[in-house]
Design a protein around this ligand. Structure first.
Ligand code: NDP
Length: 337
């Protein structure tokens, strides 16, 4: 019998999630059945959607999420002992995975072998070449359809998705402007990632700073945060601009009955003939391998930097989660178990 630990969400979050909303449960895993493997968790991902989707599932529920683990016992020759595997089994130290449930289009069932990362840390498999990198790849390229020389704006620019969007936009020959929440992040985006301009949205006059950075207007906007900053950005878009709506983290901790209001957008949408489209990355699940291959190639060619913010320890997953929501991370927030 293998003893395992997992985080169970026992109460719906109100405002910022609290440690007392979770319970740490120790239990014994059942013996493996045919087609099952025992996976020891190595890296756990903490993501904004774990906050945003909290009320979509009845409590109590096991805290799901992407993770990378190593197969310790196997009843499936396709996943031998020692193989690394990406699953959606979340915040646990050991888990049993039924490998026949592979990539069905439901995020809770996403299971696949960690691709050959050519010597990079397995954690990259849940970051720059995992769900967040794939989100950046399809969400930006498919919905924004960027052209050489166009001006691209990305919010949440120093995070897991945003930092990849900005770098892909540079690869595609665009001018890139990023918004992030600290001077250190702004410096990092400009000096390390090659953004043409980065702006601290907490201290700048967003309207004026964007006018100065993009005097000819914005062609593509990748929206990670929503709210008033997005209204300001969309108000400065060019004719036939494209907006990819990826997330709205500025309101994830808000009281669902008191969602903040943002300026009316219809005049910009009508007169500039904007195309605004939301997406969920599972839309392209059958094409994830294409994105993974391209992202690995860009990293290996030195065109894409896969930044990570690493927290160490199973007991620290909750802290890493609320730290990410508060903006402590630069790059992808991951936990080493
Ligand atoms: P990040 O790594 O960007 O981490 C979250 C960041 O959000 C923080 O670091 C913080 O950075 C920023 N933030 C927190 N509060 C606010 C606020 N009030 N206003 C503006 N920024 C804030 O997370 P991800 O890259 O994983 O996710 C980014 C977005 O993409 C989220 O909205 C997420 O839900 C969405 N997403 C959507 C997917 C889809 O399929 N549609 C898939 C994956 C992610 P700062 O210091 O800059 O404030």
């Amino acid at each position: 019998m293998v003893k395992a630990k997992k985080y169970v969400v026992k109460k719906y979050f109100e405002g910022v999630p609290k440690r007392s909303d979770f319970e740490l449960v120790e239990y014994e895993l059942p013996p493996l059945k045919d087609g099952e493997v025992l996976v020891k968790t190595e890296w756990v991902s903490v993501d904004p959607y774990l906050r945003a989707y909290n009320r979509n599932v009845p409590v109590p529920y096991d805290q799901y999420g992407f993770q990378v683990g190593i197969v310790e016992q196997s009843n499936d020759t396709n996943y031998p002992v020692g193989a690394r595997i990406v699953t959606h089994k979340g915040w646990c130290d050991y888990t049993v995975v039924n490998t026949s449930k592979v990539s069905t289009g439901n995020s809770t069932e996403v299971t696949y072998k960690l691709p050959d990362l050519k010597g990079m840390s397995p954690s990259i498999g849940i970051g720059a070449v995992g769900m967040p990198g794939i989100t950046a790849y399809f969400g930006f390229l498919e919905l924004c359809q960027p052209k050489i020389g166009e001006t691209v704006v990305v919010t949440g620019a120093a995070g897991a998705v945003g930092s990849i969007v900005g770098q892909i936009a540079k690869i595609k020959g665009c001018k890139v402007i990023g918004f992030a929440g600290s001077d250190d992040k702004v410096k990092w985006l400009e000096k390390e990632l090659g953004f043409d301009k980065a702006i601290n949205y907490k201290t700048a006059d967003v309207q004026k700073a964007l006018q100065a950075a993009a005097p000819n207007g914005v062609d593509c906007y990748f929206d990670n945060v929503g709210g008033e900053i997005s209204s300001i950005i969309m108000g400065q878009m060019n004719k036939r601009g494209r907006v990819s709506v990826c997330g709205s983290i500025s309101a994830y901790n808000a009281d669902p009955t008191q969602i903040p209001k943002a300026t009316i957008l219809q005049p910009s949408i009508v007169f500039k003939e904007l195309r605004i489209e939301g997406f969920v990355v599972q839309r392209w699940l059958d094409r994830w391998p294409e994105a993974i291959t391209q992202l690995i190639t860009w990293i290996k060619m030195g065109q894409l930097k896969p930044a990570e913010h690493v927290t160490v320890g199973f007991d620290k997953i909750f802290d890493a989660f609320v730290g990410m929501l508060a903006g402590e991370n630069t790059g992808k927030a991951v936990v080493k178990i």
